[in-house]
Design a protein around this ligand. Sequence first.
Ligand SMILES: NC(=O)C1=CN([C@@H]2O[C@H](COP(=O)(O)OP(=O)(O)OC[C@H]3O[C@@H](n4cnc5c(N)ncnc54)[C@H](OP(=O)(O)O)[C@@H]3O)[C@@H](O)[C@H]2O)C=CC1
Ligand SMILES: [Mg+2]
Length: 370
Amino acid sequence: MENVYPLLNCFSLEEELTMSLYCGIAFRRKSFWCYRLLSTYITKTRYLFELKEDDDACKKAQQTGAFYLFHSLAPLLQQSEHQYLPPQHSLLELERLLRKFGQDTQRVEDSVLIGCSEQHEAWFALDLCLNGSSSINASLQKPEMEMELKGSFVDLRKALFWLNVKDASLLSTAQALLRWHDAHQFCSRSGQPTKKNVAGSKRVCPSNKIIYYPQMAPVVITLVSDGTRCLLARQSSFPKGMYSALAGFCDIGESVEEAVRREVAEEVGLEIERLQYSASQHWPFPNSSLMIACHATVKPGQTEIQVNFRELEAAAWFSHDEVITALKRNDPHTQQQNGAFPFWLPPKLAIANQLIKEWVEKSTCSSLPA
Ligand SMILES: NC(=O)C1=CN([C@@H]2O[C@H](COP(=O)(O)OP(=O)(O)OC[C@H]3O[C@@H](n4cnc5c(N)ncnc54)[C@H](OP(=O)(O)O)[C@@H]3O)[C@@H](O)[C@H]2O)C=CC1
Ligand SMILES: [Mg+2]
């Protein structure tokens, strides 16, 4: 078999041998089959896969791993200079804290695997006070824990504004997984308590062996445009003055395209003509949603909005300039003289903001002289 990795046939046999020691290459004399140097990302992914599949390997990884702490689904953050960081705790420190908080060190088994470093240090998350476990640690209340931990447990919705992108994504995943386990303690078929694997990537019913996997609900979010304006809407639950792109949970059996068409028709009575995928995002509120973001256009001349007031409080077309002004607004919560709240848009951590910015950029480019 010719050498499929041409870059490797430039080495002498000795170099190939040395290299094979480093690259973990399966070596056959003169023509070796070489696993190309696996990128860090691939080795990390494969390491995490192994921990999810092998309880013993995951238990071993806990020995040298790092633990992020939560309390009732709020992550622990420590302020350092002008930023907030989620502290990591070793297994030894965690066991010391659990004893100090009057909890059984076996609670480590309630932790979930949430990632690892490039050096394969596994990361786990543990909630010190979820419904299932709150009876155990009623002895030690949150303020005393925060004192001991030199930090505060911050509601995730607030914490996401203070965290960098990497920590925000890690803690959102952690909270979603901790919440899922807390809400799926029993088999829906037998009613028996289910058992999580060490990594927390699934739960199994011991009596009928049914496996339960953490679920995300697919949600389509669509910025509809008529070529010069974009359509934004608001629900009564939104903060005053805030408008966003149309969003809706996919119904069972629906494709993304079908869900977009249905949601736009349901919410504003319009038919979309073209649709283009943009990006996706895990959204932990109120439960775990997978936001699938698209741009869509309506047929010219068919732009009259009929708002479904069961779903929305208001919907309207907004011009490019109105959207640019709203994107720049950084004091959205201040009421105007006439008592109205100014029109503002979701923060940049929400994928709706990305969709709207993409539309602004696209319409700016297309309005540029050719
Ligand atoms: N990240 C972002 O940029 C944005 C995220 N979002 C998120 O998108 C999600 C969907 O938006 P929304 O407009 O409310 O959705 P919908 O337009 O689908 O309306 C919500 C209704 O959908 C029904 N529903 C269907 N499936 C589910 C499910 N799996 N979980 C909960 N409700 C379901 C419920 O109706 P019923 O009660 O009748 O069963 C619910 O009241 C929300 O969670 C919201 O937080 C929204 C905008 C921006
Ligand atoms: Mg909706």
